[in-house]
Design a protein around this ligand. Structure first.
Ligand SMILES: [Mn+2]
Length: 354
């Protein structure tokens, strides 16, 4: 009789060591700092909150917004989840993703606005935030204490990790839905545990989230094996223009190729990484021709070339190893300009032993 009651869908989870028993969290990498306790107090005291992140949201932004919304639900609060840009296709299957509203201006009787991984209000591209009580939770080195409460922890693998610690601090139950959202933040922000702040505590966090019900296989399939065909067609076009020399790699797509492959802006995400992945290449750039003829550039580095300073000089910005800017067209002129900049930034590397 017992055999008949067993749900076959449960077997793979059981095989992964997931049981129905409550799990014990691994020791946290750090004590919850006083500001996090203050954030929790603010959440307990308020009634209605707005949760948002940066424009063009990535896995950490979407997963953290959703998990924070679920935490507020558990605390019996009202939470509005807002993004200036639509949620990328690969994250739309996350539990509760349909709850995130797309808007460019916010208004409402909020007790506080919770900003996740933003270094300033501009980063959200949302208008109407400035008069609210602002809770800023970030893990970037470039993080800014622009809020009324600022929890910036550069050791965290994702902002989701901080939301998780906040949820544990609040005594919330880490539901399978919450665990799936949080696991997505860690997987995507570490590039599949390949870079970023990947450390032992990251795997402890992934373990905890798996025990709490996250499904690592399904999430990996959604994130890495559910691409739009247009993305691969665009990648093919970009790779047909791949060049590399002197520790640098570059590739581009024309507006005509964007149209021909039916590619969207979202499809261009990550194309630059293919150029960077070449052995011996230290910095890479992906150039995309926009309809109006100007050129958008994505710059990446493995760490020895600081692309942020270079992008800033050209009117853009970003992180040390990931930055962007736009240059006037045409494409070949912009390519020459950025290569000259990159060559001088990488000049020291030619003599340095790899
Ligand atoms: Mn992040």
């Amino acid at each position: 009789m017992e055999e008949c009651n067993r749900n076959p869908a449960e077997l793979p989870r059981a095989a992964r060591g997931v049981s129905a028993k409550p799990f014990t969290a691994s020791p946290l990498p750090h004590e919850l700092p006083p500001v996090a306790a203050e954030i929790l107090r603010t959440l307990h005291q308020g009634e209605r909150f707005l949760v948002c992140s940066h424009s063009r949201p990535d896995g950490d932004a979407v997963g953290s917004i959703l998990a924070m919304g679920m935490l507020l639900d558990q605390l019996g609060k009202r939470a509005d989840l807002v993004s200036a840009d639509r949620i990328p296709e690969i994250y739309r299957k996350l539990p509760g993703a349909e709850r995130i509203q797309t808007a460019l201006r916010v208004h409402g009787p909020y007790d506080a606005v919770i900003l996740l991984e933003c270094d300033g209000l501009d980063r959200t591209r949302l208008r109407g935030l400035e008069d609210f009580f602002l809770i800023n939770i970030d893990h970037h080195v470039s993080g800014n204490a622009f809020g009324d409460l600022n929890w910036i922890d550069c050791q965290a693998a994702s902002v989701g990790e901080l939301v998780y610690r906040l949820a544990l601090g609040a005594g919330a139950r880490i539901t399978p839905e919450m665990a799936n959202c949080l696991y997505t933040t860690v997987l995507t922000d570490t590039g599949g545990f390949c870079y970023g702040a990947t450390r032992a505590s990251t795997f402890a966090l992934a373990r905890d989230l798996t025990l709490a019900g996250a499904d690592p296989i399904r999430i990996a399939q959604e994130v890495y094996f559910s691409l739009a065909a247009s993305k691969l067609l665009l990648l093919g076009a970009a790779l047909s223009h791949l060049h590399h020399a002197d520790h640098l790699a570059w590739l581009w797509v024309t507006q005509e190729e964007m149209m021909r492959t039916c590619a969207s802006e979202e499809d261009c995400e990550g194309v630059v990484n293919y150029a960077l992945s070449i052995s011996g290449v230290e910095a890479a750039v992906f150039l995309r021709e926009l309809p109006e003829g100007i050129i958008r550039l994505s710059l990446r580095s493995k760490g020895r070339v600081t692309v942020a300073a270079l992008a800033e000089r050209l009117g853009g910005g970003g992180h040390e190893n990931a930055a962007g800017c736009t240059l006037p067209g045409p494409l070949d002129r912009a390519t020459d300009e950025i290569l000259a900049e990159l060559r001088s930034a990488a000049a020291g590397l030619a003599c340095a032993k790899d």
